[in-house]
Design a protein around this ligand. Structure first.
Ligand code: ADP
Length: 261
Protein backbone atom coordinates (compact mmCIF):
# COMPACT_ATOMS: atom_id res chain seq x y z
CA UNK A 1 0.00 0.00 0.00
CA UNK A 2 2.72 2.43 0.99
CA UNK A 3 4.62 1.76 -2.22
CA UNK A 4 1.49 2.35 -4.25
CA UNK A 5 0.83 5.57 -2.40
CA UNK A 6 4.35 6.80 -3.04
CA UNK A 7 4.04 5.90 -6.71
CA UNK A 8 0.77 7.86 -6.89
CA UNK A 9 2.45 10.87 -5.28
CA UNK A 10 5.27 10.68 -7.79
CA UNK A 11 2.85 10.54 -10.69
CA UNK A 12 1.04 13.55 -9.27
CA UNK A 13 4.31 15.49 -9.00
CA UNK A 14 5.24 14.61 -12.59
CA UNK A 15 1.77 15.66 -13.68
CA UNK A 16 2.09 19.01 -11.90
CA UNK A 17 5.49 19.66 -13.38
CA UNK A 18 4.53 18.83 -16.96
CA UNK A 19 1.24 20.69 -16.58
CA UNK A 20 3.07 23.83 -15.43
CA UNK A 21 5.54 23.64 -18.27
CA UNK A 22 2.82 23.00 -20.86
CA UNK A 23 0.98 26.08 -19.59
CA UNK A 24 4.07 28.32 -19.81
CA UNK A 25 4.93 26.88 -23.17
CA UNK A 26 1.47 27.65 -24.52
CA UNK A 27 1.81 31.28 -23.45
CA UNK A 28 5.12 31.52 -25.29
CA UNK A 29 3.65 29.91 -28.40
CA UNK A 30 0.84 32.46 -28.32
CA UNK A 31 3.46 35.24 -28.41
CA UNK A 32 5.28 33.54 -31.29
CA UNK A 33 2.17 33.00 -33.41
CA UNK A 34 0.77 36.46 -32.58
CA UNK A 35 3.94 38.19 -33.66
CA UNK A 36 4.36 36.06 -36.77
CA UNK A 37 0.79 36.93 -37.69
CA UNK A 38 1.49 40.67 -37.31
CA UNK A 39 4.72 40.25 -39.21
CA UNK A 40 3.00 38.60 -42.15
CA UNK A 41 0.28 41.24 -42.31
CA UNK A 42 2.85 44.08 -42.24
CA UNK A 43 4.93 42.35 -44.89
CA UNK A 44 1.85 42.20 -47.10
CA UNK A 45 1.23 45.94 -46.82
CA UNK A 46 4.94 46.74 -46.41
CA UNK A 47 4.82 48.92 -43.29
CA UNK A 48 7.44 49.39 -40.55
CA UNK A 49 7.65 47.59 -37.16
CA UNK A 50 8.42 44.27 -38.77
CA UNK A 51 11.75 43.93 -37.00
CA UNK A 52 10.24 44.23 -33.55
CA UNK A 53 7.65 41.54 -34.29
CA UNK A 54 10.34 39.19 -35.51
CA UNK A 55 12.39 39.90 -32.38
CA UNK A 56 9.44 39.24 -30.09
CA UNK A 57 8.76 35.94 -31.79
CA UNK A 58 12.39 34.92 -31.63
CA UNK A 59 12.67 35.82 -27.95
CA UNK A 60 9.58 33.83 -27.03
CA UNK A 61 10.83 30.87 -29.07
CA UNK A 62 14.14 31.03 -27.19
CA UNK A 63 12.36 31.03 -23.86
CA UNK A 64 10.33 28.07 -25.07
CA UNK A 65 13.57 26.28 -25.90
CA UNK A 66 14.84 26.83 -22.35
CA UNK A 67 11.63 25.32 -21.00
CA UNK A 68 11.85 22.23 -23.15
CA UNK A 69 15.51 21.85 -22.21
CA UNK A 70 14.51 21.82 -18.56
CA UNK A 71 11.86 19.25 -19.21
CA UNK A 72 14.31 17.12 -21.17
CA UNK A 73 16.95 17.45 -18.48
CA UNK A 74 14.31 16.34 -16.03
CA UNK A 75 13.42 13.27 -18.05
CA UNK A 76 17.17 12.62 -18.51
CA UNK A 77 17.01 12.57 -22.27
CA UNK A 78 19.01 15.72 -22.54
CA UNK A 79 22.29 15.05 -24.32
CA UNK A 80 25.14 16.28 -22.13
CA UNK A 81 27.57 18.68 -23.78
CA UNK A 82 30.85 17.84 -22.13
CA UNK A 83 33.78 20.21 -22.40
CA UNK A 84 37.06 20.62 -20.53
CA UNK A 85 36.36 22.45 -17.27
CA UNK A 86 38.50 24.23 -14.72
CA UNK A 87 36.35 23.56 -11.65
CA UNK A 88 38.12 26.27 -9.61
CA UNK A 89 37.09 28.82 -12.21
CA UNK A 90 33.55 27.47 -12.31
CA UNK A 91 33.24 27.67 -8.51
CA UNK A 92 34.69 31.20 -8.53
CA UNK A 93 32.19 32.24 -11.20
CA UNK A 94 29.31 30.95 -9.07
CA UNK A 95 30.37 32.81 -5.94
CA UNK A 96 27.83 35.66 -6.28
CA UNK A 97 25.01 33.28 -7.09
CA UNK A 98 25.83 31.07 -4.11
CA UNK A 99 26.06 34.06 -1.75
CA UNK A 100 22.69 35.29 -2.97
CA UNK A 101 20.99 31.92 -2.64
CA UNK A 102 22.30 31.30 0.87
CA UNK A 103 21.36 34.69 2.26
CA UNK A 104 22.59 36.04 5.58
CA UNK A 105 23.62 33.99 8.57
CA UNK A 106 25.63 31.45 6.62
CA UNK A 107 29.38 31.83 6.36
CA UNK A 108 30.88 30.65 3.09
CA UNK A 109 34.42 29.40 2.62
CA UNK A 110 36.02 28.13 -0.58
CA UNK A 111 39.23 26.13 -0.47
CA UNK A 112 40.49 25.77 -4.03
CA UNK A 113 43.43 23.45 -4.72
CA UNK A 114 46.39 24.83 -6.67
CA UNK A 115 47.34 22.91 -9.83
CA UNK A 116 43.87 21.41 -10.05
CA UNK A 117 43.39 19.01 -12.95
CA UNK A 118 40.69 19.75 -15.46
CA UNK A 119 37.65 17.58 -15.87
CA UNK A 120 35.40 16.90 -18.85
CA UNK A 121 31.74 17.52 -18.15
CA UNK A 122 28.68 19.57 -19.02
CA UNK A 123 29.29 23.04 -17.64
CA UNK A 124 25.63 23.98 -17.00
CA UNK A 125 24.82 20.69 -15.37
CA UNK A 126 27.81 20.96 -13.06
CA UNK A 127 26.77 24.47 -12.04
CA UNK A 128 23.26 23.17 -11.48
CA UNK A 129 24.53 20.29 -9.37
CA UNK A 130 26.61 22.59 -7.14
CA UNK A 131 23.71 24.98 -6.78
CA UNK A 132 21.46 22.08 -5.73
CA UNK A 133 24.00 21.11 -3.07
CA UNK A 134 24.28 24.69 -1.83
CA UNK A 135 20.50 25.02 -1.58
CA UNK A 136 20.24 21.73 0.34
CA UNK A 137 22.96 22.97 2.68
CA UNK A 138 21.05 26.20 3.24
CA UNK A 139 17.84 24.29 4.02
CA UNK A 140 19.79 22.22 6.56
CA UNK A 141 21.13 25.35 8.31
CA UNK A 142 18.04 27.36 9.13
CA UNK A 143 19.73 28.79 12.24
CA UNK A 144 22.89 29.66 10.36
CA UNK A 145 26.16 27.82 9.95
CA UNK A 146 28.99 27.41 7.54
CA UNK A 147 29.22 26.18 3.98
CA UNK A 148 32.57 25.01 2.67
CA UNK A 149 33.33 24.28 -0.97
CA UNK A 150 36.60 22.47 -1.54
CA UNK A 151 38.36 21.24 -4.66
CA UNK A 152 41.20 18.73 -4.87
CA UNK A 153 42.95 16.30 -7.18
CA UNK A 154 41.95 12.80 -6.12
CA UNK A 155 43.86 9.69 -7.01
CA UNK A 156 41.60 6.72 -6.28
CA UNK A 157 43.62 3.55 -5.92
CA UNK A 158 42.41 -0.02 -6.09
CA UNK A 159 41.84 -0.41 -2.33
CA UNK A 160 39.96 2.84 -1.93
CA UNK A 161 37.92 2.10 -5.06
CA UNK A 162 36.90 -1.32 -3.75
CA UNK A 163 36.01 0.07 -0.32
CA UNK A 164 33.96 2.93 -1.69
CA UNK A 165 32.42 1.24 -4.72
CA UNK A 166 34.18 3.46 -7.22
CA UNK A 167 36.32 2.93 -10.30
CA UNK A 168 40.00 3.50 -9.64
CA UNK A 169 41.55 6.43 -11.47
CA UNK A 170 42.21 10.14 -11.32
CA UNK A 171 39.38 12.49 -10.45
CA UNK A 172 38.71 16.12 -9.78
CA UNK A 173 36.97 16.30 -6.41
CA UNK A 174 34.46 18.98 -5.39
CA UNK A 175 33.22 18.65 -1.83
CA UNK A 176 30.35 20.68 -0.39
CA UNK A 177 30.16 20.63 3.41
CA UNK A 178 27.60 22.15 5.75
CA UNK A 179 27.24 22.33 9.51
CA UNK A 180 23.50 21.67 9.37
CA UNK A 181 21.03 19.05 10.58
CA UNK A 182 22.75 16.10 8.93
CA UNK A 183 20.96 12.94 7.77
CA UNK A 184 20.03 9.64 9.36
CA UNK A 185 21.39 6.50 7.65
CA UNK A 186 17.86 5.89 6.35
CA UNK A 187 17.76 9.30 4.68
CA UNK A 188 21.24 8.84 3.21
CA UNK A 189 20.09 5.53 1.74
CA UNK A 190 17.20 7.13 -0.08
CA UNK A 191 18.54 10.63 -0.75
CA UNK A 192 19.32 10.02 -4.45
CA UNK A 193 15.84 8.63 -5.16
CA UNK A 194 13.77 10.90 -7.40
CA UNK A 195 10.98 12.57 -5.37
CA UNK A 196 12.39 11.45 -2.04
CA UNK A 197 12.16 14.44 0.28
CA UNK A 198 11.86 15.04 4.00
CA UNK A 199 10.91 18.67 3.44
CA UNK A 200 7.45 20.14 3.80
CA UNK A 201 5.22 20.05 0.73
CA UNK A 202 6.06 23.04 -1.42
CA UNK A 203 9.58 23.29 0.00
CA UNK A 204 11.21 20.24 -1.51
CA UNK A 205 10.67 18.36 -4.76
CA UNK A 206 13.05 15.54 -3.95
CA UNK A 207 14.71 16.04 -7.32
CA UNK A 208 17.90 17.90 -6.40
CA UNK A 209 20.11 15.01 -5.42
CA UNK A 210 18.69 12.67 -8.05
CA UNK A 211 19.71 15.24 -10.66
CA UNK A 212 23.17 15.48 -9.13
CA UNK A 213 23.44 11.68 -9.18
CA UNK A 214 22.23 11.37 -12.78
CA UNK A 215 24.61 14.04 -14.03
CA UNK A 216 27.67 12.72 -12.18
CA UNK A 217 27.10 9.11 -13.23
CA UNK A 218 26.55 10.11 -16.85
CA UNK A 219 29.81 12.05 -16.70
CA UNK A 220 31.69 8.94 -15.60
CA UNK A 221 32.08 10.13 -12.01
CA UNK A 222 30.88 9.28 -8.53
CA UNK A 223 28.97 11.07 -5.82
CA UNK A 224 29.11 10.18 -2.12
CA UNK A 225 27.27 11.45 0.94
CA UNK A 226 28.94 11.59 4.36
CA UNK A 227 26.51 12.76 7.01
CA UNK A 228 25.55 12.36 10.64
CA UNK A 229 22.52 13.72 12.45
CA UNK A 230 23.32 17.05 14.15
CA UNK A 231 26.88 16.99 12.78
CA UNK A 232 26.42 18.20 9.24
CA UNK A 233 26.87 16.82 5.76
CA UNK A 234 29.55 16.51 3.12
CA UNK A 235 28.66 15.64 -0.45
CA UNK A 236 31.65 14.68 -2.57
CA UNK A 237 31.49 14.81 -6.34
CA UNK A 238 34.29 13.01 -8.20
CA UNK A 239 34.58 13.86 -11.89
CA UNK A 240 37.05 12.10 -14.17
CA UNK A 241 40.30 13.90 -14.91
CA UNK A 242 40.52 15.29 -18.44
CA UNK A 243 43.60 14.60 -20.53
CA UNK A 244 43.95 17.16 -23.34
CA UNK A 245 46.78 18.81 -25.30
CA UNK A 246 47.56 21.21 -22.43
CA UNK A 247 47.89 18.30 -19.99
CA UNK A 248 50.05 16.33 -22.45
CA UNK A 249 52.39 19.32 -22.93
CA UNK A 250 52.70 19.82 -19.19
CA UNK A 251 53.53 16.14 -18.76
CA UNK A 252 56.17 16.36 -21.52
CA UNK A 253 57.72 19.48 -20.02
CA UNK A 254 57.88 17.75 -16.64
CA UNK A 255 59.63 14.75 -18.21
CA UNK A 256 62.13 16.94 -20.06
CA UNK A 257 63.05 18.82 -16.91
CA UNK A 258 63.99 15.56 -15.18
CA UNK A 259 67.75 15.12 -15.51
CA UNK A 260 68.57 11.87 -17.26
CA UNK A 261 71.63 9.63 -17.01
P1 ADP B 1 14.82 18.15 -1.73
O1 ADP B 1 15.95 19.07 -1.34
O2 ADP B 1 13.88 18.80 -2.69
O3 ADP B 1 14.14 17.49 -0.59
P2 ADP B 1 16.95 16.41 -2.66
O4 ADP B 1 16.93 15.25 -3.60
O5 ADP B 1 17.91 17.48 -2.98
O6 ADP B 1 15.47 16.94 -2.60
O7 ADP B 1 17.24 15.89 -1.18
C1 ADP B 1 16.53 14.78 -0.67
C2 ADP B 1 16.57 14.78 0.85
O8 ADP B 1 17.90 14.54 1.30
C3 ADP B 1 16.16 16.08 1.51
O9 ADP B 1 14.76 16.20 1.64
C4 ADP B 1 16.86 15.98 2.86
O10 ADP B 1 16.16 15.13 3.75
C5 ADP B 1 18.14 15.24 2.52
N1 ADP B 1 19.27 16.17 2.33
C6 ADP B 1 19.83 16.54 1.16
N2 ADP B 1 20.87 17.38 1.37
C7 ADP B 1 20.98 17.55 2.71
C8 ADP B 1 21.86 18.29 3.56
N3 ADP B 1 22.86 19.03 3.07
N4 ADP B 1 21.66 18.20 4.91
C9 ADP B 1 20.67 17.46 5.42
N5 ADP B 1 19.81 16.72 4.67
C10 ADP B 1 19.95 16.77 3.32
Amino acid sequence: IEGQLRQAQKMEAVGQLTGGIAHDFNNLLAIVTGNLDLLLRRLRDKRGDVERFAENALEAANRGAVLTHRLLAFSRQQPLMPEPIDVNKLVGGMSDLIHRSLGEGIEIETVLAGGLWRTHADNNQLENALLNLAVNARDAMEDGGKLTIETANAHIDETYAAEHQMRMGQYVLVAVTDTGTGMTPGTIGRAFEPFFTTKEPGKGTGLGLSQVYGFVRQSGGHVKIYSEPNQGTTVKIYLPRFFGPAEANAALAAMESVPTG
